[in-house]
Design a protein around this ligand. Sequence first.
Ligand SMILES: [Zn+2]
Length: 199
Amino acid sequence: MAPYRNLEEYNIEITNEVKDHFSKIMDDIGEDVTREGLVKTPERAAKAMLFLTQGYKQDAEEILKGAMFAEDYDDMVIIKDIELYSLCEHHMLPFFGKAHVAYIPNGHIVGLSKIPRVVDVFARRLQVQERLTHDILECINKTLKPKGVAVVIEAAHMCMMMRGVQKQNSVTTTSGFRGQFEKIETRNEFLKLVSADLS
Ligand SMILES: [Zn+2]
């Protein structure tokens, strides 16, 4: 047996249903779904869609609770430049960018890799950037009960770039702050650290 195998499991019934829908859409837009290059496309598209929306069946609070550790550390913890890929709920087109998350512990810290996982759980659904920001913020606030939590998301939206207003370089920034980050000095310290280029 291989030392490591990355297993992907798809529900066969749901995959087949979504596959049939994609096949119908391709036919409706004028494609010949029987031509060679497209034979497996409906299935691939179905699997891609199920992968990109897997967050519906995942529990972000459980992910955090599974890696909380008692610790006296009470300075700011920042995880910046978390890659983010989501789908806008209005067009089902991607929006993507970076999330920056910070919290000030209140007796507990959390395994650092769990914060990007929480971002993914909420990003892998149909979303709007504003709600995504608050989903991440409230999940950390509720589960970790920190002294403060901050989330900033910068993202480009394909629905703006490829269609509609066709603005190629506009980036949307959303932010949310709770607890000590509602104080202007703390918030500014966080924003300064997030925008600093450490490389
Ligand atoms: Zn959109």
